[in-house]
Design a protein around this ligand. Structure first.
Ligand code: MN
Length: 317
């Protein structure tokens, strides 16, 4: 067993209570890595874990295995001192939200992530910034530790991979497909998982379709910007991947930006690229992410202002 995995194993053996979390407003990788982690510990150490999230779990994840194990963070006392806290797929401390106190009060903290992160917060870091999903990092730990997994665990890992790679469209490493191949060999049926996630409301899809239909184009069509108003934002489900996907298919479009008016002066930004890296742009708006997929939340500015700043930020790209 690798040294760090061995330390993790020893900490799990000694723990009486364990809390698991990821970034707030969990996506498929965040939620499913948390649930898979909990199931693996349950199965291999006979210990039940507390799984916490903040924000909203999108409708398309409503039917993933063990979904009901994830609790809204205020349902438990975060002042409690857990023996071990595990944070997966979180990116940066401020993205954890409500469960952060449970992590800060824990006796030992482990992080399992694939985000580039200059300020890790854990006592033990099992990170791999080259992995296409946190689920892959977790899969490798599982293999190194020799843990056994049931089909539901494998399904959760597969959903993490499918959602973070946009069904493999953004998979960078051959390993990602090898891992999926192992998962399928273990009983995962990809088609069923995709079907589980076709669970958005009609309203949500129509909001996204409308946003795509009203998109504006800049710099000879290289940059597409779609906006979602405050009124429509309430009907959204997830980050608006459908809008980003539709606009990203247009010939000549290299960058797609979706601006969401979450509150009157709080604007969510999602950026996707088919050209140069855009994580620095997301960072300049106070956010972050990956080279080709990143985002930010701007507080204290209006939709129109943020849009103007985005157009400026893409100048010359
Ligand atoms: Mn992820």
């Amino acid at each position: 067993m690798k040294k760090n995995v061995k330390i993790f194993d020893e900490k799990l053996r000694g723990a009486k209570n364990i809390v698991i979390m990821a970034h707030k407003n969990p996506d498929g990788d965040a939620l499913c890595s948390v649930l898979a982690m909990a199931r693996l510990i349950e199965k291999n150490y006979g210990k039940k874990c507390v799984c916490l999230y903040d924000g909203n779990v999108p409708d398309y994840l409503d039917n993933v295995p063990l979904r009901n194990r994830a609790l809204y963070w205020d349902k438990v006392k975060t002042s409690k001192s857990f023996d071990v806290a595990i944070v997966l797929d979180y990116g940066a401390e401020h993205q954890i939200g409500g469960p952060i106190d449970a992590l800060k009060n824990a006796k030992f903290v482990v992080e399992i992530d694939h985000h580039k992160n200059d300020k890790p917060i854990a006592d033990l870091c099992l990170n791999d910034a080259t992995a296409d999903a946190a689920a892959i990092v977790l899969y490798n730990i599982m293999r190194d530790a020799g843990w056994s997994a049931d089909v539901e665990t494998l399904e959760l890992l597969a959903i993490g991979i499918l959602t973070d790679t946009g069904n493999f469209k953004f998979a960078k490493k051959p390993e990602t497909l090898s891992v999926m191949s192992d998962l399928v060999r273990g009983g995962v049926i990809i088609r069923n998982l995709v079907e589980i996630m076709n669970n958005k409301s009609r309203k949500a899809i129509l909001v996204e379709a409308r946003a795509a239909g009203n998109a504006e184009f800049f710099y000879r069509n290289k940059l597409a910007i779609a906006t979602i108003s405050r009124r429509d934002y309430r009907d959204m489900d997830g980050r608006g991947e459908t809008v980003l996907n539709i606009l990203g298919q247009i010939k000549g479009v290299e960058y797609v930006v979706l601006l969401k008016e979450q509150k009157e002066t709080q604007i969510g930004i999602s950026i996707r690229s088919r050209g140069a890296a855009i994580d620095k742009i997301a960072e300049s708006f106070g956010g972050g992410g990956h080279a080709m997929a990143a985002g930010a939340v701007v507080r204290g500015d209006t939709l129109e202002n943020v849009k103007a700043k985005i157009i400026e930020a893409f100048k010359g790209m």
